[in-house]
Structures are given as C-alpha cells and as structure tokens.
Design a protein around this ligand. Structure first.
Ligand code: NIG
Ligand code: FE
Length: 421
C-alpha cells in the first residue's frame, strides 16, 4: 500500500536539498549541497514528507497531484535574511548624484540618504506603505524568496517606527511569503535629534524598545530581532551597545549592521552577546573573523551594496569561509545602498567578486540564511518535517543560477506545499 501525498514533485534531474539537520553550515561544510540525482519530493500537510531517488519515492508514495520536474533542478525556497523593503518613495536622484561622484555617507551627513526616505516614510499612510512594500515582496518572491526578513528604521520616532512594524506584521499575515520582523530604530539620527545622539539613544532604550516588544511578543512566532547601524555618522559602539543590551533584556534576539564602511568594534560586542547575525562585514578584522568562526553567529554579506556603489572591493567572504565561518548572502534590498530585489543577482555577484562557489552561494541563501533568522529547524532545506518551500528551476543544474546572471531561474515557486508562481 502506497502512502498518499498531497503533492509529489517527481523525476527532477537533481534535488539539491541543502540538508543539514538543524544547523548552519560552517567553513568547508558550505560546499555540501546534499544533491540527489534523478530524485523526487513528497509533500503532505504543507511539509516535506520524504525526499529521495525517483524510484524510491515512486515505490512509497502516490498522489493525485504530481508535477513532472524532468530536466529541472529542484532547490529549497530561498531565504532573504536582510532587507529594508518597507519604505515610501525612492532615491533615484541620489543614484544620479552618486554616479557623479557623491559619497553615500556624505549624503547622509547632509540630511539626505536614509533621512530622505525617513521623511517620505513618516508622511506615508499605513495603507500606502503596505501597498508599496507588498510590490517589493512580490518581486522577491517571484525570484524565489519564500522567507524574508524586513527591518523598520525609516520611522525613527515612536509613532512611525510602530507604523512600519505594523506594516511588516501585516505583510506576514497577508502575503504568502513568511516575513520575519526586525526592529531597527537605531538606523540613523533623525534631524530633530541631531547633536543630541545620546538622548535619542536613551529614547530608543526607554520607550521604543518596550513598545515594539509589546507588539512583537503578542504576535506569537519568534524570534524577533533588534538591529543597529553601528557606523560613523550613525550610532557609536557605546550607543549600539546600549540599544542591544536594552533590547536583549526584553527578549529580542540580536542582529547588527557592523563594519559596512568603518570598523567601530561592534562585531566583537555583538558576537559576545550571542548575536544571531552580524551583517555587512566589509571592514571586519582577521581577529573578529576568527571570533565569528568560533561562534554560533552567522555572518551576512551583502555584495549588492558594493556593486551598487560601483566598487570592486567586497567583504572577504572567501576568507571568512576558509577560516570556518557560516556565511549567508543577502540582497539588503533597500532604496539607497542596494535597490536590488534579486537574490539570484546577489549570488551571481558573490560568486564573481567574493569567490564563492555556486554550492556555497546556494547554502548561503538557504540553510545559512534561515539560521540567520533563527529558523533553521523549520526552513532553509528540503528535509522531512520542514516546511515545504521549494523552487523548480528552468535548468537541470542549479549552478546555472549563478553562472547566467541577470535572469530569473525560478520557474515554479512552491510555498507550504502550494504552487504560487
Ligand atoms: O544595510 N546601512 C544601513 N542601512 C542600509 C541602507 C539603508 C538605506 O540606504 O536606505 C544598509 O546598507
Ligand atoms: Fe541593511
């Protein structure tokens, strides 16, 4: 007697499982993709029931609902671990200024950059914000993203930060993509607090964090994250420390933007405080890379930012993997430093400029990215019991996804066992 499955994806040229039980892949493990040739996947109740050779799945399972994946590669749904996609307007004017030579941090210093998005986001209604952001999430999902982290950080006052947070939670409820919320009130110093950075930091620690914790803890699904932008012209190490500790204290898990332009020492502090991820890592020291390798923290690199700045210098993800770190790759999709909704493009850049092999890049946007969201037990790989999020690619070889760039290889997106795209 065969077992009845809700859906079988059968006969794929390869099923690249990225299996790793419940852990991120570190160092040389990032080369291991758990690839099975001529394989099938059985799905029941929105979860993977089994994955194995086409013959074995055929012996064990039957279904009224079979997708023939002959000639195709099947991979896990992609996990986008770092975005700022809830915002109003765009920064195409700033894009032109930078083409003519303006510097990203100098634009911010002059009240533009992140702060120009803050102005527009504060002025937008919750409905407008939702509508604009949903389109961006649709774009990510059509490119294969089935789980997406989204940060606040363009409100920078209590009312507007909570507005952003509600939009993020609403996207999670209404969109097929799983959305993981991150609270980022320490993203920039808003104009009304210029010169009073410590006082603004106190306001974050005393009022904003507890208000956000109240909303997030009633939402059920955890963990939820705090994040800070530790950078010259944004938050100092001391201010970042205060924010991280205040948030940890009321149950937030920790993320931090560190070393994007300047090393202020936040990588060490975040790792020592059990950060789930530290993000960017362009100016991270060898000593900090070794600390990262010894920790459970995931290093998220965002090569789309460097590409967007027209730079040929990138975070040295190759060295980080060689020294034993667990690395995730993200688009950092946002209106300023990385207006890029394509995680496949991020993979393509990571392979070329950070010297990741396609196998490493795939683990970096699946199991390791899931671990960077604390979701590695349920997301990020094709393994029995995990959520049935998978992609059918229009190629028999997943490596083509990084090789041919500027194209979307996700022909079919399956989320929780349901065909979406
Ligand atoms: O990850 N660096 C800070 N935050 C974003 C950029 C946000 C923006 O430019 O609007 C980043 O690069
Ligand atoms: Fe960011």
């Amino acid at each position: 007697m065969k077992t009845n499955a809700d859906l079988i994806v059968s006969n794929a040229s390869e099923v690249v499982t990225c299996a790793s039980a419940t852990d991120a892949k570190k160092g040389a493990q990032m080369l291991d993709t758990g690839r099975l040739e001529n394989a099938s996947v059985a799905i029941t109740d929105g979860c993977f029931a089994a994955v194995g050779s086409a013959a074995a799945i055929d012996r064990e399972f039957t279904s009224d609902n079979v997708i023939d994946a002959k000639g195709k590669s099947v991979i896990p749904g992609l996990v986008e671990s770092h975005t700022h996609i809830v915002y109003a307007g765009n920064r195409v004017g700033e894009f032109e200024l930078r083409i003519k030579g303006a510097d990203y941090l100098e634009i911010l210093e002059a009240g533009g950059g992140i702060l120009s998005t803050v102005e527009k986001t504060r002025a937008a209604s919750e409905e407008e914000l939702f509508a604009q952001s949903k389109k961006r999430l649709d774009r990510l999902m059509s490119g294969g993203v089935t789980t997406c982290e989204i940060k606040t950080g363009y409100g920078l006052d209590l009312k507007s930060e909570l507005k952003m947070l509600r939009v993020i939670l609403d996207l999670n409820r209404k969109h097929a993509c799983d959305v993981v919320p991150t609270f980022l009130p320490a993203h920039a110093i808003p104009p009304e607090w210029k010169g009073k950075e410590d006082e603004f930091t106190d306001l974050i620690c005393e009022d904003m964090i507890s208000a956000a914790a109240k909303i997030l803890s009633s939402e059920g699904e955890g963990p939820f994250f705090i994040d800070v932008f530790c950078e010259k012209g944004a938050f100092s190490l001391e201010q970042s420390r205060k924010v991280i500790l205040a948030a940890k204290n009321v149950g937030f898990a920790v993320k931090a933007h560190v070393d994007e332009f300047t090393n202020l020492g936040c990588a060490r502090f975040a790792i020592e405080n059990g950060a789930v991820s530290i993000d960017h890592l362009d100016a991270t020291s060898d000593e900090e890379v070794d600390l990262l390798a010894q920790s459970q923290t995931i290093g998220i690199v965002t090569p789309t930012v460097n590409f967007n700045f027209g730079s040929t210098e990138f975070a040295d993800a190759r060295k980080m993997i060689d020294r034993g770190c667990a690395i995730a790759v993200s688009t950092d999709y946002n209106p300023g430093s990385a207006p890029c909704p394509s995680i496949q493009t991020a993979m393509a850049i990571a392979c070329r400029y950070q010297k990741l092999l396609p196998a490493e890049a795939l683990n970096a946007v699946t199991i390791n990215a899931a671990a960077a969201l604390g979701r590695q037990t349920t997301h990020g790989s094709i393994e029995p019991g995990k959520q049935a999020d998978l992609l059918i690619l229009e190629t028999p070889d997943y490596r083509e996804m990084a090789y041919e760039f500027g194209w979307n290889f996700a022909e079919c997106v399956i989320k929780n066992g349901k065909v979406l795209v």
